[in-house]
Design a protein. Structure first.
Length: 341
């Protein structure tokens, strides 16, 4: 059995210990000195240009946001945790009023549903809600993705039955709320299933399509936000749970960042991304492919002076904020709003 402890906690501990040791012998780029204009987000062309430029840059910039020592600063998890909006494994419902971001008095509502990969986009969605005067509701449950399947809780070595109950509650609440837009997003990894089970992309398509069809409120547009690439350092298993983080790698290879990058075809579980697209198409949902926001044939740990990854499979708060403009543009059709300029 491939048992895993809480990967967010272990990754943070590992990163902190390794960077502290490395900082004794090499200079580490200083902390959150780069400002992001939250009212003038990066355009799609600016993001794509920066992503392409990143693959040609082989050394750490002098100013990084966040610092390598504080990659969790300002992330979505701290946003939900401070509100009491991060349900435990045992919880099967939550007080939705604790989970409202953006403009709490907005006339329109966007709701995001999924696991920790929903929470990581919250810094971007919060800015979008503020700009457009929309309410943003976050319904995320760690290890409980958007697809209506039975997940395996590796941390406790059992079927994650509470996730099934959470889905039942969440879809009932969504249909009562009748939000203008529902965004579904999840970690994509074959290890979400029990060890030894035959879980493949087709099973993910079936589960995600079931979830999309369970959203029946008349005024709701449905969006599937595709998963990100996973930046797993060389020598580590290529799955989402590596305990060595991209920040560790950057600290160890400040003058050779190519050691911390991966070819896109390695960093992306392509078959599972295609499975999501298939489910979205079959259900009349919009699919957003985020891979070009991270990779230009190569996926890199630093883009535009920003540390991209908090750990191997979550993005930092500042990088999410920087992407708020392109995410707003990708959501504009569903939200029926102008794209960010």
């Amino acid at each position: 059995m491939k048992f895993r402890l809480n990967y967010r906690v272990i990754a943070s501990m590992t990163c902190g210990i390794l960077i502290a040791i490395l900082s004794l012998c090499i200079p580490v780029a200083s902390g959150s000195t780069m400002s992001i204009d939250k009212n003038a987000p990066a355009s799609l062309s600016q993001v794509l240009e920066a992503v392409d430029a990143a693959r040609h840059s082989n050394s750490v910039p002098s100013k990084l946001s966040p610092s390598l020592q504080n990659v969790s600063t300002g992330d979505g998890f701290s946003m939900v945790g401070s509100r009491g909006c991060e349900p435990s494994y045992a919880q099967t419902s939550i007080k939705i009023s604790n989970c409202i971001f953006g403009d709490a008095k907005g006339k329109h509502t966007l709701l995001i549903l999924g696991d920790s990969h929903a929470a990581m986009w919250l810094p971007a969605l919060n800015l979008i809600g503020d700009r457009l005067k929309w309410r943003i509701i976050d319904l995320d449950k760690v290890n409980c993705g958007a697809a209506d399947i039975t997940y395996y809780l590796h941390q406790e070595g059992r079927a994650y039955t509470e996730c099934n109950a959470w889905h039942q509650w969440a879809f009932t609440e969504i249909n009562k709320l009748d939000p203008s837009v529902v965004v579904l997003t999840s970690l994509l990894d074959p290890y979400i299933a029990p060890p030894g089970s035959n879980f493949g992309p087709s099973a993910w398509t079936v589960g995600l399509e079931k979830s999309l069809n369970l959203i029946t409120s008349n005024g709701t547009k449905k969006v599937v936000l595709g998963d990100i690439p996973y930046l797993v350092p060389a020598g580590q298993p290529q799955d989402a749970y590596s305990n060595t983080t991209p920040a560790d790698c950057v600290a160890a290879h400040e003058q050779d960042l190519s050691r911390c990058s991966l070819p896109e075809q390695v960093a992306v579980f392509t078959a599972y991304h295609q499975a999501e697209q298939t489910a979205a198409s079959a259900s009349g949902a919009t699919y957003i492919n985020v891979i070009p926001w991270f990779c230009s044939s190569v996926c890199t740990p630093i883009i535009h002076n920003l540390v991209v990854y908090e750990n191997t499979q979550h993005i930092t708060g500042p990088y999410a904020e920087w992407l708020s403009g392109v995410l707003q543009g990708a959501l504009s059709a569903a939200m029926k709003t102008p794209t960010a300029k």
